[in-house]
Design a protein around this ligand. Structure first.
Ligand SMILES: CCCCCCCCCCCCCCCCCC(=O)OC[C@@H](O)COP(=O)(O)OC[C@@H](O)CO
Length: 315
């Protein structure tokens, strides 16, 4: 009857019953989870083992650019574990299979109508903690101690979370920067995984040390109420009106990797024109497109505290 469908905000992150094999077109700049166990298996601990839990944080791309992005508080988050009986330690992190840019903007491929996304994200669990990587420009802080039994239950949760949560979402979208803003979409990135893991540990009985300052990076878009547009089939399919599809692909065009300084400048001008002057953004969430009526202050990167779970936070 053309009635508006009841929409809950924020739009729930869609989970799937399996993680699809990535398209060969998607190529990583660096191999994903190079030292992790190929099947992603997490080792079993003895129930009575005592495992230290560490908060790990470092600037995105620290291994390549050191503290560069740290100056903008663009930080990557992970969790470290150390078995106090065996002395073995481990790192667990969640990040993009094909890097941040591929999760934030699509490819416009000749002969393919719809924007092409390489936006998978996944968990990676591997032996060892690279102390220097985390400590030099970031932080490595003990936040809890858990039993092997809790660790093993967490491992089961990670497996299920990783099987069903298959894509990375860069953007948090809400009405304004205020604490009581309406949130339209939540990001689903490295820090979101760490926060879900802390919450799961808390629900499994973990007690977190306090007080520990725990800030996280988020990039915000500010908009009025989003409009649902559809998906690849309903927007870019053969029987579709091509207007909307062309509008979306032309929006993403200036976000492609620039080939020259001139192209970069022209693209930046086009981005400002679209996002600021035309107050338009097309968001890709749950493999569907949404129109965002952008408003001031448009875009913002924040580095704000989200406290560790405790009885007082009720989280
Ligand atoms: C509307 C116009 C705006 C145009 C500007 C676009 C800017 C795009 C994004 C800016 C920054 C977003 C920050 C999001 C937080 C990222 C946290 C995260 O998920 O990190 C995961 C990953 O990126 C970390 O990658 P690496 O540093 O490569 O770490 C992986 C290694 O630890 C693997 O061992």
């Amino acid at each position: 009857a053309g009635g508006r469908r009841e929409q809950t905000w924020p739009v729930p992150y869609r989970r799937f019953d399996h993680r699809p094999k990535p398209d060969p077109f998607c190529q990583p700049m660096y191999p994903f989870c190079p030292t992790g166990s190929p099947d992603g298996e997490i080792p079993q601990m003895k129930d009575q083992d005592i495992i230290e839990v560490y908060r790990l944080q470092t600037p995105v791309w620290e291994f390549k650019y050191g503290d560069l992005l740290g100056h903008f508080h663009i930080m990557h988050d992970a969790i470290g574990f150390r078995n106090m009986l065996t002395g073995k330690n481990y790192t667990m992190e969640w990040y993009e299979l094909f890097q941040l840019g591929n999760c934030t903007f699509p490819h416009l491929r000749p002969g393919i109508e719809a924007p092409f996304w390489c936006n998978q994200g996944a968990a990676c669990f591997y032996d060892g903690i690279d102390d220097l990587h985390w400590k030099e420009n970031g932080s490595l802080v003990k936040v809890s101690e858990i039993t092997g039994d809790i660790f093993n239950k967490l491992a089961q949760w990670v497996k299920e979370d990783n099987r069903t949560g298959i894509y990375y979402e860069t953007w948090t979208v809400q009405t304004d920067p205020s604490p009581n803003a309406t949130v339209w979409f939540k990001s689903y990135d490295c820090s979101a995984f760490v926060l879900r893991t802390y919450q799961t540990l808390f629900e499994l009985g973990a007690v977190f040390k306090s007080p520990i300052q725990t800030n996280y990076t988020r990039i915000f878009l500010y908009s009025g109420e989003p409009t649902y547009l559809g998906n690849d089939t309903t927007i870019f399919g053969l029987q579709c009106n091509k207007t909307l599809g062309k509008e979306i692909t032309s929006f993403y065009f200036p976000f492609r990797p620039p080939q020259s300084v001139k192209e970069l400048i022209l693209s930046l001008l086009e981005i400002v024109n679209k996002v600021v002057l035309e107050k338009t953004f097309y968001l890709y969430f749950n493999f569907e497109y949404w129109y965002l009526p952008i408003k001031k202050p448009y875009v913002k990167i924040t580095y704000e505290e989200i406290p560790l779970p405790s009885k007082s936070t009720g989280a």
